[in-house]
Design a protein around this ligand. Structure first.
Ligand code: NAP
Length: 290
């Protein structure tokens, strides 16, 4: 199959490109600044906000995977919005896929995506999902919890938020996540690309366990004492940060810590996988140290 990975040079896209290549698919990646040594068969420089720069990438493509991302962990750079990149980008990608009679569109969404949700990222992801459902193209929507692995942001971001030995966490770090390892996720995405059984399906995917931010912190630092920062105080701090251009976080980061990011039922089973087989964050960190 000829597979186009929009945002295929990123953390998840690079792992997926490798898996698809190993399965003998022909992979093209699109990004604004693709590295010369990327593992895909071809890499095209283009910006989803400027459709003319990516139109040619859709020629002869069977399946498109939309992985273009603006990180929810930090405030977007000036002049770029989640709505433009996630909703607007999906609209552009669907239009080009339709015009080129692509067979399937795989949308990388996120757990909790909701057009009326609490953060700009979650709302844009929810609106993008609506566009995918309304399209006449066969689709698969994937909603993972946080994804970890070499090159991922989750562990580094937690390190940025915390300090070894003693650290303060909003609400004591009780927000729960269900982190999934990129090495476990990529084969599921590759199945979603190619297997007829996944046509028009929507999946919520998580790792083997739900863990709190405090537990994540304790996995990163062997000995750390977590001191609770009252949520009201965290809200005030991040509301002020919203107005400080040199602080890369703001009120949406507070809001995203106010709800859990865990699956109700883990759809890895739809891919013939038992969640008990998946790599845990603790195991991954242990392997990285040894
Ligand atoms: N990582 C997670 O924990 C996680 C969890 C849930 C859902 N997701 C979703 O999974 C998908 C992939 O995430 P990721 O972690 O792999 O993201 P990532 O590492 O930040 O990669 C983003 C990719 O998008 C490209 N890109 C960004 N803006 C673009 C634009 N305007 N035009 C063209 N390409 C653009 C980037 O390359 P350039 O910068 O060179 O353009 C890069 O290839 C996203 O949809 C994300 O929302 C991720």
């Amino acid at each position: 199959m000829n597979v186009l990975l929009l945002g295929g040079t990123g953390f998840i896209g690079t792992a997926l490109s490798q898996t698809l290549g190993d399965r003998s698919h022909n992979v093209t990646v699109v990004a604004r600044n693709p590295p010369a040594d990327h593992n895909a068969d071809s890499a095209i420089a283009g910006d989803i906000s400027h459709p003319s720069t990516i139109r040619s990438a859709f020629e002869g493509i069977d399946v498109v995977v939309n992985l273009i991302a603006l990180s929810p962990l930090f405030d977007p750079p000036a002049g770029i919005t989640h709505d433009e990149v996630h909703r607007g980008g999906t609209q552009t990608a669907l239009g080009l896929a339709d015009a080129h009679e692509v067979d399937r569109f795989v949308q990388m969404s996120a757990l909790g995506s909701d057009p009326d949700g609490p953060t700009a990222y979650i709302r844009a992801k929810g609106r993008a999902e609506q566009l995918v459902r309304e399209s006449s193209i066969e689709s698969v929507i994937i909603r993972p919890s946080v994804v970890f692995g070499d090159g991922g942001e989750f562990v580094d971001f937690t390190r940025l938020l915390t300090t070894p030995y003693v650290t303060g966490l909003p609400g004591g770090g009780h927000t729960r996540f269900q982190p999934i390892w990129v090495g476990d996720l990529a084969p599921l995405l590759a199945d979603a690309v190619a297997e007829p059984a996944h046509a028009d399906a929507e999946y919520e995917l998580g790792g083997p366990e739900a863990i709190t931010l405090a537990e994540v912190t304790k996995h990163i630092y062997d000995t750390v004492v977590v001191l609770p920062i009252p949520m009201a105080l965290a809200k005030i701090g991040l509301t002020i940060a919203d107005h400080l251009s040199f602080v890369p976080m703001g009120i949406d980061q507070y809001r995203s810590l106010a709800f859990d990011n865990i699956v109700e039922s883990n759809d890895v089973t739809s891919f013939g996988v038992d969640q008990g087989e998946l790599r845990s964050l603790a195991d991954h960190l242990e392997r990285s140290r040894s």
